[in-house]
Design a protein around this ligand. Structure first.
Ligand code: HEC
Ligand code: HEC
Ligand code: HEC
Ligand code: HEC
Length: 288
């Protein structure tokens, strides 16, 4: 009998202990669930403001393509508008001054990762550490063209930066600058040298394109010079730089080397019997 009582008491004690243990565990669970997890914050202003609606209205008449692209996007479906990405603050350096004549709302043509970071902070911070975001730093560290100053700002902008760049500066001017660079840095000095050779009769004006220097000067204008200018106009950095300004540098070396040789030796340049020439020079019958 005594044994049974003891057994019952024993089970009661164990039972109470187990209950206390379970309650403690549950209590702990409740406390844990009260700790707020790191939730994403997407506070989206769903409505489209009057200002933002104006962008869409006017631009759908101007550029239906851009507006159609946008309307198909996830952004449009969440009512993220042109203004959300292109909007600019009063102090922003990239405010489009010209656009203020069209609407009082400040905008910028440049939408940088900083603009995206307003709503996508994690993606923007991951990107900022990537190689893509630091291409300029990478090429600067290992390449002589820029580090040793072997090309100028215009050539870097139309060449290197278009493929590698990530620093955007807003400047006035357009085809910037590329034509002037070509004229002043490459064409005019070479033209002066060629004219000097004609004057000293070291080159002959008798026939065009029958001396090597005449061909070189022609190609400077018609080949790499044209590619540099058109490449910049058509946003083709490979043409603007590698087939353009880079080749211009080489062409100038060739011209300078030959000119120097002629000036020193005072011997006129070799005149070639150019292949495929000596053809009919009578004017065709124009249909008037
Ligand atoms: C009354 C018409 C009109 C309104 C309103 C308008 N735009 Fe424009 N926007 C233009 C015109 C015109 C241009 C220049 C020609 C072009 O790019 O088609 C332009 C150019 C732009 C450009 C390119 C700027 C550049 O320098 O290359 C962007 C970006 C732009 N608008 C965004 C906006 C945003 C965002 C809004 C709303 C705040 C807006 N626009 C409102 C007419 C308008
Ligand atoms: C999610 C952000 C985003 C939204 C929304 C957006 N854009 Fe853009 N837009 C960009 C980016 C990024 C570029 C490329 C900018 C660059 O080349 O530096 C761009 C380029 C442009 C350009 C060309 C600017 C130039 O001169 O090269 C125009 C014009 C333009 N957007 C108008 C609009 C219009 C109009 C809307 C609304 C219908 C719109 N965008 C909505 C991000 C956006
Ligand atoms: C004002 C806030 C806002 C800005 C600014 C913004 N986004 Fe977004 N973005 C959103 C929202 C909200 C979504 C989700 C839309 C949905 O899926 O309904 C989204 C979706 C996206 C997606 C699609 C993701 C997927 O899962 O398919 C990409 C990519 C993206 N954004 C890139 C950008 C880039 C790049 C920029 C800057 C040029 C930008 N966003 C600027 C709010 C923004
Ligand atoms: C037409 C586009 C284009 C132009 C213009 C261009 N590059 Fe490149 N560059 C590339 C590509 C693409 C690669 C990668 C080649 C590969 O890895 O196979 C590269 C590679 C490089 C690398 C090696 C990077 C590495 O991590 O190994 C350097 C440095 C570099 N370029 C510097 C320049 C400089 C300086 C200019 C201007 C004088 C320039 N590039 C112009 C496209 C271009």
């Amino acid at each position: 009998m005594k044994k049974t009582k003891e057994t019952i008491r024993y089970f009661l004690v164990v039972g109470v202990l187990v209950q206390l243990f379970i309650e403690a565990a549950l209590a702990q669970g409740t406390t844990e669930s009260l700790v707020m997890p790191d939730l994403k914050e997407y506070r989206i202003e769903r409505s489209i403001s009057d200002q933002a609606q104006k962008c869409i209205d006017c631009h759908s008449e101007l550029e239906s393509g851009i507006v159609a692209d946008w309307s198909d996007s996830r952004h449009a479906h969440a009512n993220i508008t042109c203004l959300d990405c292109h909007g600019a603050g009063a102090a922003d350096a990239d405010v489009s001054v010209k656009h203020l004549e069209l609407t009082k709302t400040r905008i910028s043509a440049i939408v940088s990762p900083k603009d995206c970071s307003r709503c996508h902070p994690q993606e923007a911070s991951q990107y900022s550490k990537s190689k893509h975001a630091n291409t300029l730093e990478i090429i600067w560290k290992i390449d002589p063209w820029m580090r040793e100053g072997m090309n100028n700002a215009i050539e870097r902008r139309t060449g290197c930066y278009h493929c590698h760049g990530s620093v955007v500066k807003v400047i006035d001017g357009g085809l910037d600058a590329v034509v002037t660079n070509y004229n002043e840095v490459y064409y005019k000095p070479m033209k002066k040298l060629i004219d000097q050779l004609y004057e000293q009769k070291l080159l002959s004006k008798e026939k065009p394109l029958d001396e090597k220097l005449e061909i070189d000067f022609y190609e400077l204008w018609h080949h790499e010079g044209r590619r540099a200018r058109f490449g910049a106009a058509m946003m083709a950095p490979d043409y603007a730089w590698w087939h353009g300004f880079y080749e211009l540098k080489k062409r100038c070396m060739t011209i300078e080397e030959q000119a120097e040789h002629l000036l020193q030796s005072k011997k006129a340049a070799k005149i070639f019997d150019v292949k495929g020439t000596g053809n009919d020079t009578t004017q065709p019958d124009f249909d008037r």
